[in-house]
Design a protein around this ligand. Structure first.
Ligand code: PGA
Length: 243
């Protein structure tokens, strides 16, 4: 089973989200049942996606949540409200959140904890910048992000990790098979050391496309993908989902 997660970022209107889901629903019966589809629409499109996919096996959720379910937090997204429309998952710590919105490990740790307490599965994102890779610090950075971001997490509750090298996101530069293999093996080792289940799924993200997905999917410890650009069209999303 692979997890095929679509990160729509700040794309699509609710109407476009509904059209995507309608098209997806016509194709689902043809897909290999073994793959778990997941969709992360922008917050304003969540309910549109929920209405279409609630009764299917496709999981969906927010791209970012606050670490409290309600309160005086103008502009934030509520994990609790997402749960009420049927969400099962949420992204935490995507590199765009870290870089553009200055989200720090300490806050990410609270988000992971809150999601797990609510019964939602956090898809916790980690990844090194180009400068960190070039200075041979990749594994050190991944280890730090995992230790800090998961320090309040419950090892017995559900969790997904997404490894996304920052330099591969939206750039068309996919990490090499060796780089992905090494990173996933190390993430698996670190998760075990931190007391998490060795079967915790680890997704790869960063310029995943229909033409590179099957090779990437064959790498040990690659349990699926987090896909940005190629997830915006049903055809390319499903081409990846059928690996
Ligand atoms: P990309 O984005 O597939 O467009 O590189 C991946 C992501 O940001 O999750």
């Amino acid at each position: 089973m692979k997890i095929i997660a679509a990160n729509w970022k700040l794309h699509k209107t609710p109407q476009e989200a509904r059209e995507f889901c309608d098209q997806l629903l016509t194709q689902i019966p043809k897909l290999k049942a073994k793959n778990q589809l997941m969709i992360f629409p922008s917050a304003l499109c969540l309910e549109a996606v929920a209405e279409k996919l609630k009764v299917t096996s496709v999981q969906f959720g927010l791209q970012n949540v606050h670490f409290e379910g309600q309160g005086a937090f103008t502009g934030e997204n509520s994990a609790t409200a997402s749960l009420s429309v049927g969400a099962q998952v949420a992204l935490v710590g995507h590199s765009e959140r870290r870089a553009l919105f200055h989200e720090k490990d300490e806050v990410l740790a609270k988000k992971v904890k809150f999601l797990q307490e609510q019964g939602l599965t956090p898809v916790f994102c980690i990844g090194e910048t180009l400068a960190e890779r070039e200075s041979q610090r990749t594994i050190e950075v991944l280890e730090y992000q995992l230790r800090e971001g998961l320090k309040l997490a419950f090892p017995q509750k559900s969790l997904v990790v997404a490894y996304e090298p920052v330099w591969a996101i939206g750039t068309g530069k996919v990490a090499s098979l060796e780089q992905v293999e090494e990173a996933h093996q190390e993430v698996n080792r670190i998760l075990k050391e931190l007391g998490f289940n060795s079967a915790t799924p680890i997704l790869y993200g960063g310029s995943v496309k229909p033409d590179n997905a099957s090779l990437l999917a064959s790498i040990p410890h690659v349990h699926g993908f987090l896909i940005g650009g190629a997830s915006l069209h049903v055809e390319s999303y499903l081409a990846i989902a059928s690996v």
